[in-house]
Ligand binder design. Structure first.
Ligand code: A3P
Length: 323
């Protein structure tokens, strides 16, 4: 039953050495567990800690994503929106002007297991995760938890290209040689689902299904649609999080000020995002690149695109979900 499944997730660390291993994703060690490829460290400490120690609150909002799908942007938007009464977006001292979005909103399976004191954060909290839906503990996803989940989804081809470039950048910064990690190798691995959080389309599909089943508690957003109409999506996000914008706020320009504050162009030039780095040793600047839809065409051939599209289409056949 679900109790024994929960038990096994809390104890996954023990079986990690026996799980299928993938070492070709640059310097990351991946293991396959419960249908997904995840960083070994996530299975050794992240998942067990979240399953045995994390205590959600009914007011919590979780931002969920497959990596490189707009997590940083969603973190900034959700944080700025939820905290706008204490931190108005035009405030010269706004946290997003001196902290990375990743410091404002922390990952449960990364930062909590490395010692962040989540219990000291005032309610309502906004937290983040890259975990697949089925690897979240029951206390978050179960009936009556009250927890809200916002998922951000992105075209697989753009997520792949963004992830490949990010991986190379991070490796270079760590002094690991990643020159030989070509788009062709990343592509083959991605197509087989052998990348962190992969298969990417299964990651998105799980959250999408939940958003259909429980629309009041799971909101499914698309990066490409948000780029086209950021204000409309921000209002939707605020309403979903339980902090809808009042008409007066809209008239005063609060919505557009938050969109502006969280825009790629604004965030990327902040000192902290140009020269700072997170506790993972990743430079903050690595999270800000082009931020457009369709950049895959500059790195992948039409043939590669067709092949990946077909794999995704076949896998999603009959599910009702498409990218
Ligand atoms: P590209 O590499 O395609 O430019 P994540 O935040 O999940 O790691 O995803 C990173 C991607 O989101 C990168 O995509 C990055 O440029 C883009 N991004 C980061 N901040 C953004 C923002 N404020 N607005 C829009 N896109 C943003």
């Amino acid at each position: 039953g679900s109790a024994s499944i929960a038990m096994s997730h809390a104890n996954v660390a023990r079986i990690v050495p026996c799980l299928p291993l993938e070492t070709r994703w640059s310097s990351l060690m991946l293991r396959q567990y419960a249908g997904f490829w995840l960083a070994e460290v996530t299975l050794k400490t992240g998942v067990p800690t979240v399953h045995s120690c994390f205590e959600p609150r009914p007011t919590d909002v979780f931002l969920a994503s497959f990596p490189k799908s707009g997590t940083t942007w969603l973190k900034a938007l959700a944080f700025a929106t939820q905290k706008r009464s204490t931190h108005p977006p035009l405030d010269g001292d706004h946290p997003l002007r001196h902290s990375s979005p990743h410091d404002c909103v922390r990952f449960i399976e990364i930062d909590f297991s490395t010692g962040d004191k989540f219990e000291e954060l005032p309610s309502p909290r906004v937290l983040a995760t890259h975990l697949p839906y089925t690897l979240l503990p029951d206390c978050i996803t179960g009936e009556g938890s009250g927890c809200r989940i916002v998922y951000i989804c992105r075209d697989p081809k753009d997520a792949l290209v963004s992830y490949w470039l990010f991986t190379k950048k991070v490796a270079a910064a760590l002094g690991v040689d990643a020159q030989s990690f070509t788009i062709h190798e990343a592509f083959e691995l991605f197509c087989q689902g052998r990348c962190p959080g992969g298969p990417q389309w299964q990651h998105a599909l799980q959250y999408w299904k939940e958003s259909v089943r429980r629309p009041d508690l799971v909101l499914f957003l698309r990066y490409e649609e948000m780029l086209l109409e950021p204000e409309r999506h921000l209002k939707k996000l605020a309403k979903f999080m339980g902090c809808e914008f009042a008409d007066e706020e809209e008239e005063e320009g609060v919505v557009s000020a938050i969109v502006e504050l969280c825009s790629l162009d604004k965030l990327r030039v902040m000192e902290v995002n140009r020269n700072g780095s997170s506790n993972l040793g990743v430079k903050n600047e690595s999270y800000f690149r082009k931020g457009v839809a369709g950049d895959w065409s500059n790195h992948m051939t039409p043939e590669m695109a067709r092949r990946l599209d077909k794999i995704v289409e076949d896998a999603l056949q009959g599910s009702g979900f498409t990218f």
